[in-house]
Design a protein around this ligand. Structure first.
Ligand code: GLY
Length: 425
């Protein structure tokens, strides 16, 4: 079969790499793809939000299955258009995808589904939002309602800072119209975990949980980023916790979406906070996480494509995927200055020297005359597998040291808490 992977990041590189291992695929295309997917599959160059272009390509090449990576393509209605042309697509419709593209929608959906989530208020008017905060005299998480490429959630320290954050999003419009409406959310403490699942409109098959690191600097300091790395599995979120989250979060939400006439098909990502008052949902994403996909997909034993196809067909049935007991750690190598301004065009050395069971999933690279060069803020995710989290972590950082480019930065503390807590046990 012919498979089209939509997107251009390290997540899509990981999906492409895994899809190519399937004996079922005789061609894998990417839209648009990146420098590294171009070396293993066929880049179409069609942008992920060029819906007409993708629909045309799928029809002309008779693509059997389209897999949507980024949220922008979901929100632009790619799944709707492909389904209208009787094409199989992994990824939700724009209506079901509102679970990510509107934070206010996700909150009201959770209220209707009886899913635990921090208390919240929705505001269209910055003055009213600020009056509310002044009355409460404490900090709230400030979230842009719409899609904001990871820049729409601000976590202030106190009430004054919350007022600043409201101005930043609603008056200074740092994320544009995405913050014409905001959600003010109660701050909750705990440990964050990402739980992704295949959802076929009805059935839910959980993938192993992962943790990601959103802050730029060690010790969770510095600005929020699109993700600086992650690891899987998660010691504080084992099989019992997964089963409970499936039963209490994913199944009720999927059922409510189905009852609303907007069934969800694709990967559903729940960002969970595990704290003293149990598990609460901080956010949903209507897609695979990035960098969660990069650390979870290498742990899949066997074929990804039947899993994607069964999800897209609404036929997960009793499908169960088999996952390696090995651990994975992913380190994002970034350009100095990211997530602010940074320079690009620097040669990347050492990629040919990384060890077996270590994968370099590219995001911001380009193919230069003498090899890959940097072309973005997050350049690549280096993922290592190991028999324990300690081994995966050691292998990841040992191989990070083999790679060099001008201004290369990364976090040094990824998965450290897992390794340290294992030592204490
Ligand atoms: N890792 C968070 C996200 O994919 O949005």
């Amino acid at each position: 079969m012919k498979v089209l992977i939509v997107g251009a990041g390290a997540r899509e590189h990981a999906l492409t790499w895994k899809a190519l291992q399937s004996p079922l695929t005789d061609a894998v295309y990417c839209a648009p793809g990146n420098a590294a997917t171009g070396a293993i599959a066929v880049n179409t160059g069609i942008e992920a939000t060029d819906i007409d272009g993708i629909v045309r390509f799928v029809s002309e090449r008779d693509v059997s299955l389209t897999v949507i990576g980024p949220e922008a393509a979901v929100a632009a209605g790619l799944a709707d258009r492909l389904a209208a042309s009787d094409r199989l697509v992994f990824g939700p419709t724009a209506a079901a995808g509102r679970i990510e593209s509107s934070k206010a929608f996700a909150k009201s959906l959770m209220a209707r589904a009886g899913v635990a989530t921090p208390a919240y208020q929705v505001f269209d008017d910055p003055a009213r939002a600020k009056d509310f905060v002044r009355g409460e005299r404490r900090a709230f998480v400030v979230k842009a309602d719409g899609l904001a490429k990871g820049k729409g959630t601000l976590v202030p320290r106190d009430a004054q800072d919350t007022l600043e954050c409201i101005d930043t999003l609603m008056l200074r419009k740092t994320v544009g119209a995405a913050a014409d409406r905001i959600v003010l959310e109660e701050k909750v403490e705990g440990r964050e975990v990402s739980l992704m699942a295949m959802v076929d409109g009805d059935r839910v098959v959980a993938l192993p949980p992962a943790c990601d690191y959103k802050r730029a600097l060690d010790g969770d300091r510095g600005p929020n980023t699109g993700g600086m790395g992650g690891y899987s599995p998660v010691s504080f979120f084992g099989p019992d916790e997964i089963d409970r989250a499936v039963a209490e979060v994913l199944v009720p939400v999927v059922k409510t979406l189905r009852e609303d006439g907007t069934p969800y098909r694709g990967c559903l990502y729940a960002g969970l906070m595990v704290g003293g008052s149990g598990v609460q949902v901080l956010e949903f994403n209507a897609r695979f996480g990035d960098p969660e996909a990069q650390v979870v997909l290498p742990r899949l034993e066997g074929d990804l494509v039947p899993l994607l196809e069964a999800t897209a067909r609404g036929a997960l049935g009793e499908t169960r995927a088999s996952w390696s007991t090995r651990s994975s750690v992913g380190v994002v190598l970034a350009s100095r200055g990211y997530p602010g301004t940074y320079q690009t065009g620097f040669p990347i050395d050492g990629l040919g020297t990384i060890e077996r069971d270590v994968f370099a999933f590219h995001a911001g690279t380009t193919a230069g005359p003498a090899g890959y060069e940097t072309a973005g803020g997050r350049v690549l995710t280096l993922v290592a597998l190991g028999g324990s989290m300690g081994e995966a972590r050691d292998r990841a950082y040992r191989n990070v040291e083999k790679i060099r480019f001008e201004g290369m930065t990364y976090r040094h503390d990824l998965a450290l808490r897992e390794v340290e807590s294992a030592v204490l046990q």
